[in-house]
Design a protein around this ligand. Sequence first.
Ligand code: PLP
Length: 386
Amino acid sequence: MIEVKRIYLDHAATTPADPQVVEAMQPYFSRRYGNPSSLHTLGAEAQEGLQKSREQVAQMLGTEPQCIVFTGSGTESDNLAIKGLAWHKKRGHVITSGIEHPAVLETCRHLEKNGFSVTYLPVDSQGLVNPEHVAQAIREDTILVSVMHANNEIGTIQPVKEIAAISHEHQVPVHTDAVQSVGKVPFTVDDLGVDLLSLSAHKIYGPKGVGALYVREGLKLQPLLHGGGHEKGLRSSTENVPGIVGLGTACELAGQRRDRDISHMRRLRDKLIAGALEIPRAYLNGHLQKRLPNNAHLRFTAIEGESLLLSLDEKGVAASTGSACSSKKLQASHVLLAMGLTEVEAHGSLRLTLGRGTTEEEIDYVLDILPPIVEKLRKMSPLWEA
Ligand code: PLP
């Protein structure tokens, strides 16, 4: 059997757990299995694991451990931030963007069904929110502005700092979904000026099914889960100790390696974009500079992203047409449509996202196989006029 190379260029969907993360988690499955709420030594050991992780997450975000709430995912962090604040306020108006992850968009739609009103801000052709639009959308009853830090599909980095400054002039708190930017963009919560920030372990070489929410001191939220009062009453559930320890370790590693990771990924990403754009009628989606260092989101005239993805997979390359959640539906991406692309253009898109372990050899390989695949698919496409 011919061995097919496996090249993983879908790090925006998820990342492999770092061996150091796995090693740090291991004892908490077997030897240190206590319940952190128990008063005996095993409980105290588990509690120490939680505390260390809280410090690691806080340090990476430039904040204090008491501001970190552990959750079960990035999705849950987004839900807790938005619904938690909305339920606390009981009524009001929320501002978000039209290109958020479904974890934010669907939460806002749910709020609309429950008596809240929501403004979905437009983006420009490169996927950027204009802070002026935030200023125009703020009303007397606005309770929250939620704009993502970096987009999961096109990698565009939003002007969150400017958006937060404007919102705070009106005493409106700001949430940002930083699930994709952690470890790829240097920032602290104070740099961004946000009051709530979501992150997820599995996007930063940690385990799946664990996340965290930063909550600025003094900001009141209603919990989504009621029970034993864990996480200062904000998230009842016996804590996922191994997962949380993995998240903390992943955050510490992300902090230590961030500068190296950024320059490594950016160099290879630029090479990938430059090489791919040599293909006739190939385009880059999103902003050239204001984008995540690992994101290459490309569009090829007269090609279906799904066919391209399958052809790449046959050659051992794992890519995506958009977010992992939407790529199983054959719906055009709401992000690309919001940027003004047509349905056909949106369907011709491919997302390649690099990681810490991506090599130059892998990028060279992709650049070797991509042009003939595109050419072959175009020959079969009724849309292609050479
Ligand atoms: N927000 C963004 C921007 C994401 O990319 C993702 C995952 O794809 C999520 C939220 C959801 O995170 P999780 O998979 O941990 O629920």
